[in-house]
Design a protein. Structure first.
Length: 283
């Protein structure tokens, strides 16, 4: 197994030749609900199965839990089994480039107890740019039994976040863009600002100018100020764009990284939760 959770097209090609992995296509557009499936049916990496980001990786929103709640482990396990995935399967996930959809699926599988799961650096764009074969053939995966063993140590809820400031060594990381963190705008939520005490690390800053993942040593330097934290809780607006930061922190070797799955949209659903605006810095 590769040490890295981020793998190259060459890494994938070598394993495709021996049939050692399941490829998961999770292309998605928040502006077009049918985009992912349409793109997949027009062409995908040969043998890849399609994961419907909205239908498979989020649950309907309620009063609390944020805009994109996690589905139950039972529902996720059933779906992954239908796609031919169990916890012994090597899984490589891709979307168009490097973004939150692939990282969300990566995190979900790890949360359910899967270790051998990776993200294709550059996604489908990197694959086609390399002139590699694509297919419009729809595979018929052999169903498997995905026996989930959720890892609660990877997940934080609102109660843990409320007491984070009281726990020495705990760092809250806000993954949204700077204007949302500062409280200057809230394009997706009714309230602007950030969780008091959170430091700002925009998730896209883990990528190079060309959109590739930065090397591990660059990510280590990026997170140098929080590398020795006893606990890092990462959030965004709804628990989606925080996952690339979780992936980047993991690549950087930072330990005990948790996702606040409900994130800002869950935080503001409780009227008594405090809200901060302006700068608090970057650790």
């Amino acid at each position: 197994m590769s040490v890295s959770h981020i793998v190259s097209t060459d890494w994938v090609l070598k394993r495709l030749e021996t049939g050692e992995l399941v490829l998961a296509d999770v292309r998605f557009s928040p502006k077009d609900a049918d985009y992912g499936r349409r793109a997949y049916e027009q062409g995908h990496i040969p043998g890849a199965v399609f994961v419907d980001f909205k239908a498979d990786l989020t649950a309907p929103a309620g009063e609390h839990g944020g805009r994109s709640p996690l589905p139950s482990p039972e529902r996720l396990s059933e779906r992954f089994g239908q796609l031919g995935i169990d916890r012994s399967t090597t899984v490589v996930i891709y979307e168009d480039g490097n973004g939150p959809a692939a990282a969300r699926l990566w995190w979900v599988l790890r949360y359910l107890g899967h270790d051998d799961v990776h993200v294709l650096d550059g996604g489908y764009s990197a694959w086609t740019a390399a002139g590699l074969l694509v297919s419009d053939e729809l595979p018929a995966p052999q169903p498997r039994q995905f026996a989930a063993e959720p890892r609660p140590q990877l997940l934080a809820d609102v109660r843990e976040v409320r007491t984070a400031a009281e726990r020495p060594g705990t760092v809250l990381v806000d993954s949204r863009d700077l204007n949302q963190y500062l409280g200057l705008e809230a394009p997706f939520d009714p309230v602007a600002g950030h969780i008091p005490g959170a430091v700002h690390y925009f998730w896209k800053d883990a990528l190079t100018e060309n959109g590739a993942w930065k090397p591990a040593q660059d990510l280590q330097e990026r997170f140098r100020g929080i590398a020795d934290a006893q606990e890092v809780i990462v959030y965004c607006g709804s628990g989606i764009s925080a996952t690339p930061n979780v992936l980047a922190l993991t690549e950087a070797g930072v330990k005990n990284v948790k996702l606040y799955a409900g994130s800002w949209s869950d935080w503001i659903s409780y009227p008594d939760n405090p809200i901060a605006t302006g700068e608090e810095g970057e650790a």
